[in-house]
Design a binder for this molecule. Structure first.
Ligand code: URA
Length: 172
């Protein structure tokens, strides 16, 4: 992970997931970024995001598009710690983790971002109630800092289904 998270910080201590396993993001900077919801069981075991079945869907899709899943993509989650029973994180949890996600986005400076699922869309748009992914899927969004100089950054972001939804209904 390019930034650090202090689990003893006031922010983390206020989070209901403070005692759960943190799974750090990984990947190269300045290229693609894929943002998911929160780490699952496999991710906790292996200590990296998107290394279970959902990750396999992403990796095979990326490969078929000529994007190298390891060299070209930084994998991150909107929520960094594992929610027990993979429960969808509450707005409180998403909000507590949001500054960490944004610190990371601005450090990685990706040129393109894939937002997988409604939690990732809400976190990227600072709207925990972003609405269903069906109303965002395929939209082209520009995320930007509107700052000058080295802090200037913008990226093209596309919301899509979470790969777990595709595993449940491959027609998606
Ligand atoms: N689902 C996610 O949203 N993130 C992961 O890292 C794994 C599964």
């Amino acid at each position: 992970m390019i930034t650090t998270i202090d689990k003893a910080s006031e922010r983390c201590l206020k989070c209901p997931l403070v005692d759960q396993q943190l799974v750090p993001s990984f990947g190269p900077t300045g290229k693609w970024m894929i943002i998911g919801e929160a780490p699952g069981r496999w991710e906790v075991q292996k200590g990296q995001p998107f290394v279970g079945q959902s990750g396999q869907v992403l990796r095979s899709t990326l490969t078929s598009l000529g994007i190298h899943p390891e060299n070209d993509v930084y994998y991150a989650n909107a929520v960094k710690c594992h929610p027990p029973a993979n429960k969808t994180p509450s707005s409180t949890i998403i909000n507590q983790c949001n500054p960490y996600l944004w610190e990371e986005i601005l450090a990685v400076k990706p040129t393109k971002i894939l937002l997988t699922g409604g939690v990732a869309v809400g976190a990227a748009l600072f709207r925990t109630q972003a609405g269903p992914i069906t109303s965002w899927r395929g939209a082209g969004l520009i995320l930007e800092t509107k700052l000058e100089g080295p802090d200037q950054w913008s990226a093209y972001a596309v919301p899509t289904w979470h790969p777990a939804a595709i595993l449940r209904s491959p027609d998606k």
